[in-house]
Design a protein around this ligand. Structure first.
Ligand code: GDD
Ligand code: GTP
Length: 441
């Protein structure tokens, strides 16, 4: 059997995601109508051998209660006997400290292998394919204990531009020969390979022996008075303390992936993620029924013009003479009044968009009220560049700060006839004036 562990991180790490993370932890932020974490679970469940999903992080337990009970109910409906659990770290233990700390819990029931998944990436999550790749290697009598999910980058120069990266880049790098990993380097100074660590791993039980060894090494260093830096023995890094040593035994392989992939670190990333997911879910017809009806064809129906791909919650109310899309996700109980236009935006639940308003390149958190004849805008992400890279089959990677967007925190009220451009408004504000390039605290 297989277990999956999702590293969900915690509060202190979410700072880059402000102001959105003020109401919703990043991992539960809805992208294309579904929480980031939901996209992961919906792909994990496709794996027949899966028995348990363990979320490890340092958020309060209460944060995940609603999500977990929703998904337990959903899995029950699908007649899958999969347990979902949240295990809380007492502080940030690093990418492997929680795995070590909760090893007994994870090993309970004697699973054969484990997926470890970063909660802050979006991709096609090909868990079943990775699993089959692993089983095939074993069937061919290969000695294999780990599979790394390697994202192949076609155009490295382009990738660097997208990352605002000068020398050191922000990803782990995999060097392989015929899919066998010969080197793993965490965030190297220079380009050493065009396969990066996409934040998904499949390990067998030997992982826990390696974690124990890493822990012992940590304790020794922490107790070594001659060691120049202070070392916290509780914190274990999967990348530095485990992955970098893994290839020495010749038992690590890379599953190469050429599809879409992106980290979600900033709110602008969420907007690009929304675009990527809608594009891909739309192509795969994975959107909910009502959304399919709306997204499948462009054109007007009941005076509503839809430019696909869009996701619209079945409980949203869309008035006539509106134009929605492309790349729009509209949450539960949102009301869009007559004559409004929305594109490249995420509107979370319970918001109202007044008549004849325009929402462009923006994220509206829960329960915002936008007056009539109002414009909420960002100058936007470079979606032409994104389109070009999809065209050339390059992956979409870490596009940071390339676009300017507007974000409204929850319960924002914007008076009629206002204009907001490239600004962040923190929750519970009432805006009665124009705002440009500002952060309203
Ligand atoms: N539970 C827990 N505890 N999770 C954590 C902690 C922690 O202390 N620290 C980070 N995480 C989670 C994050 O929420 C995220 O899902 C994942 O671990 C990795 O986050 P970072 O540690 O911030 O690393 P990174 O994103 O800069 O780089 C890592 O991911 C890249 C792929 O997205 C590295 O593994 C790179 O090599 C890799 O390319
Ligand atoms: P071992 O005792 O190492 O076999 O693992 P265990 O899972 O039984 O760990 P235990 O709960 O005994 O915790 C070990 C140490 O880590 C203690 O000093 C705890 O205070 C600390 N600790 C680790 N994780 C947590 C946590 O989530 N909450 C709290 N309160 N303490 C933790």
């Amino acid at each position: 059997s297989t277990k999956a562990i999702v590293l969900v991180g915690g509060d202190t790490r979410g700072t880059r995601f402000r102001p959105l993370s003020l109401d919703t932890p990043k991992i539960l932020f809805p992208i294309a109508g579904k929480p980031l974490l939901g996209h992961i679970l919906d792909n994990l469940i496709l794996l027949p051998s899966l028995t348990e999903i363990i979320l490890i992080g340092f958020y309060d337990k209460a944060v995940f209660e609603g999500f977990i009970s929703d998904y337990n109910a959903k899995f029950q409906l699908e007649e899958r006997n999969i347990e979902i659990k949240y295990l809380k770290e007492f502080k940030a233990l690093g990418t492997a400290g929680g795995l070590y700390h909760y090893r007994k819990e994870i090993l309970k029931g004697g699973p054969d292998e484990f997926f470890v998944v970063h909660g802050d990436v979006i991709t096609g999550f090909p868990f079943t394919e990775i699993y089959e790749f692993y089983q095939n290697l074993k069937a061919n009598k290969k000695n294999v204990e780990a599979i790394l999910f390697g994202v192949k980058i076609n155009n490295y120069e382009y990738f660097k531009v997208l990352n605002n990266s000068t020398d050191r880049h922000s990803f782990g790098t995999i060097v392989s020969a015929d899919t066998k990993v010969v080197h793993y380097v965490e965030k190297p100074e220079q380009k050493i390979s065009n396969i990066i660590n996409g934040g998904i791993y499949l390990f067998d039980n030997k992982l826990f022996k390696r974690l124990s060894n890493a822990k012992i090494t940590k304790i020794n260093i922490a107790n070594d008075v001659s060691h120049p830096e202070l070392v916290d023995e509780d914190v274990i890094s999967l990348e530095q303390d485990v992955l970098q040593k893994l290839p020495d035994d010749g038992t690590t392989y890379v599953y190469e992936y050429k599809g879409f992939w992106k980290q979600i670190k900033t709110p602008a990333d969420a907007l690009i993620g929304n675009e990527l997911y809608l594009e891909n879910l739309f192509q795969k017809r994975l959107v909910p029924e009502k959304a399919i009806k709306l997204t499948a064809e462009s054109g007007a129906e009941n005076g509503i013009t839809i430019v696909p791909p869009v996701y619209i919650s079945p409980s949203a109310k869309i008035a006539e003479n509106t134009r929605i899309g492309p790349y729009v996700a509209i949450g539960n109980n949102v009301s869009v009044e007559t004559g409004s236009r929305i594109s490249n935006s995420i509107i979370l639940r319970d918001s109202t968009i007044g008549a004849h308003s325009v929402i462009l390149n923006s994220i509206l958190s829960n329960n915002c009220t936008i007056g009539s004849w109002t414009r909420i805008e960002g100058t936007g992400l470079d979606s032409k560049k994104i389109a070009e890279s999809i065209e050339s089959q390059a992956n979409i990677i870490g596009i940071k700060g390339t676009g300017n967007i507007t974000i409204l925190g929850s319960n924002t009220e914007v008076a009629e006839d206002s204009y907001i451009l490239n600004s962040y408004i923190l929750p519970n504000k009432s805006i009665k004036f124009d705002v440009r390039y500002e952060i309203i605290m």
